[in-house]
Design a protein around this ligand. Structure first.
Ligand code: GLU
Length: 318
């Protein structure tokens, strides 16, 4: 029997979902539904500081409004701390993770980065080999410590992506040892995603290509924890008229705002389908598109949300 296909929608409720999210979630949903697979919904709500009240409900309402459904109960990362703690303990035991007390400012100073706040610089490794344990780091310095994953020297990764093709990343040079647990003990995104994708039996991940560098980190964590790699598909983002990616603070293009303005969700689905090379006319429900879904039709370039696209969903200038 062939392996069952399992995909996921994994929103972070740190801001309102916008048209860019709608398009990636629809593509992820179409890909799985077209293959007869199961799709799970995982709420990535670990960042308690940035998860605003009411946002989880807004995300669920937006997805339902678009016409997306999912199999089984919603999984909340905030309720799965034990699972992440086990994975962190394994990495620490195997000396693949170490405590780090550096503040963001100290890291920037150590990098003497020409542009402050340029987070493309790798972590310089200041705390590698400095403390025997987390407790030692905290008692010696009086500071809370994060945990970083140790990236081996020269460590590069070649990802074979089902949409983007081959992607080479030199994680050591580009990211350096990366955070897997924050100072407050909460697991970091990279760790949680890897643990959850394995635990939930996710076989297929389709998401925005801004996450490709993260995928390289995730791939290293999967190896370290002896977890399988899912098949990855990274699609270009939706960009605004000036070519910039839509940001969560772009509230005008949020699904909640569009709903309040009386937009028709079927027009949004049709726009996402048409922009992905799937002929949809002016209005469609997600399941009407499923039979004609083909990843090969999806353009390799970012989708520009220009005035005619906005008009098609009823919010552009007349
Ligand atoms: N929760 C992440 C986000 O909204 C996506 C995570 C993932 O697809 O792995 O950006």
């Amino acid at each position: 029997m062939p392996e069952p296909i399992v995909g996921r929608l994994a929103p972070s409720p740190t801001g309102l979902l916008h048209l860019g999210h709608a398009r990636s979630f629809l593509l992820a949903w179409w890909q799985i539904r077209a293959a007869g697979g199961r799709i799970l919904l995982r709420m990535e709500d670990l960042d308690t500081e940035r998860t605003k009240p009411g946002m989880i409900d807004a995300v669920l309402r937006d997805l339902e409004w678009l016409g997306l459904d999912w199999d089984g109960e919603v999984v909340y990362q905030s309720k799965r701390h034990e699972l992440y703690a086990d994975a962190l303990a394994t990495l620490v035991e195997r000396d693949l993770a170490y405590p780090c007390i550096c503040t963001r400012r100290e890291i920037e100073e150590a990098q003497s980065a020409p542009h402050r706040g340029d987070d493309t610089q790798p972590y310089p490794g200041t705390c590698a080999g400095r403390f025997a344990s987390l407790a030692d780091a905290e008692s010696a310095t009086g500071r809370r410590a994060a945990l970083r994953f140790r990236v081996a020297d020269g460590r590069g990764v070649t990802l074979v992506d089902g949409f983007a093709g081959e992607f080479d990343a030199n994680v050591r040079r580009e990211t350096g040892d990366f955070v897997i647990a924050k100072r407050d003990g909460a697991p970091a995104y990279q760790l949680a995603v890897v643990v959850d994708d394995a635990d939930q039996g996710i076989t297929t991940v389709l998401r925005g290509d801004d996450l490709l560098p993260s995928t390289a980190c995730q791939s290293l964590l999967q190896e370290a924890l002896a977890l399988p790699h899912p098949s990855w598909f990274h699609v270009p983002l939706v960009v605004d008229d000036t070519g910039r990616r839509l940001a969560k603070r772009c509230d005008d293009l949020s699904l909640s705002h569009l709903r309040e303005r009386g937009a028709d969700p079927r027009a949004i689905v049709a726009w996402a389908a048409n922009a992905s090379g799937l002929e949809a006319g002016a209005r469609a429900t997600p399941s009407e598109i499923t039979p004609r879904f083909s990843l090969a039709s999806v353009p390799k370039n970012p989708v520009r949300l220009d005035s005619s696209a906005l008009r098609s969903i009823g919010v552009g200038p007349d």
